[in-house]
Design a protein around this ligand. Sequence first.
Ligand SMILES: NC(=O)c1ccc[n+]([C@@H]2O[C@H](COP(=O)([O-])OP(=O)(O)OC[C@H]3O[C@@H](n4cnc5c(N)ncnc54)[C@H](O)[C@@H]3O)[C@@H](O)[C@H]2O)c1
Length: 327
Amino acid sequence: MTNPIKVTVTGAAGHIGYSLLFRIAAGEVFGPKQPVILQMLEIPPAMSVLEGTAMELQDCAFPLLHDMVLTDDPMVGFDGTSWAFLVGAFPRKAGMDRADLIGRNGPIFVGQGKAINARAADDFHALIVGNPANTNALIAMSNAPDVPNERFNAMTRLDHNRSLSQLAAKTGANVADIKQMIIWGNHSNTMVPDIYHAKIGRKKAINAVGKRWYKSYFKPTVATRGGAIIKARGASSAASAANAAICHVRDWYGGTRKGDWVSMAVPSDGSYGAPEGVIFSFPCVCPGDGTYQIVQGLDVNEEIQEGIRKTGEELLNEKAVVADLLS
Ligand SMILES: NC(=O)c1ccc[n+]([C@@H]2O[C@H](COP(=O)([O-])OP(=O)(O)OC[C@H]3O[C@@H](n4cnc5c(N)ncnc54)[C@H](O)[C@@H]3O)[C@@H](O)[C@H]2O)c1
């Protein structure tokens, strides 16, 4: 039997955690042969809810779930861990602006970054989901100087998946037939959903849907979908966010499908005019060994270049706001 890997989920008693943990334990991320030990990190007031979630995990009798650790201590939660989903953060509530959210959640990722640096395994990788995800990833990365920067990603896969579904709904195609979608930049309203390279079967997506629909419907719909869900459900996206986290880490760990790429927010190397020193979403391919490469050489038109500039500027502003949290 393969040795189990330790997988940390923070915010494990929250809404996304409840959709995420069971699927990890069922083998949907690391495959049907890889046992896991789930290390679930919470804050003290949520420990009782977490115990209930752990009882349910136990009652599922998942053969791949070899052990569980429930803790409110980041040093325990990240001890020896190889893969982490950093979900624990407060969702944006009505009336909160982005600066309020950064002020509330940013400090969480200082302590967690330090605990990762001190205790995580050498092959540690983290996906940051808690918002503002890109800037939180930057904070965690900067507080874990012994971990290679490229092991910290933030999640724009939900925006990527939303884009695939909007294209599928418009054209009647199956999502599996749509390839090479891109989300550029920040997981915020300034993100740039780019379908100029996307193909639906053999057709160019932009020709199938038309520029007018792309600009007047698709782009604003994808960019504001999170807010639309909060309005409809009274709570932020949970099951779809957990699903996106599963897709992101599954592909990073096991590889992207042939002929396709995915959107991953990764430490920017300045490709495509994105600012360096921020966590920026790019089209990426993963060979299946826990690494990724930014897809290079794409022809990016002026409209998208302008979007990249704006979303990059927003990330630089967020970085300036959290300057005292970066080391
Ligand atoms: N990147 C994305 O696409 C995306 C999509 C949806 C939601 N989100 C974000 O994910 C986060 C979680 O959403 P949710 O719906 O699960 O929220 P939730 O309020 O249901 O759960 C969050 C959990 O995090 C816990 N928590 C808070 N501080 C913590 C800390 N320091 N350590 C460990 N746990 C801590 C809370 O106790 C709570 O149980 C939010 O910030 C939300 O905005 C991101």
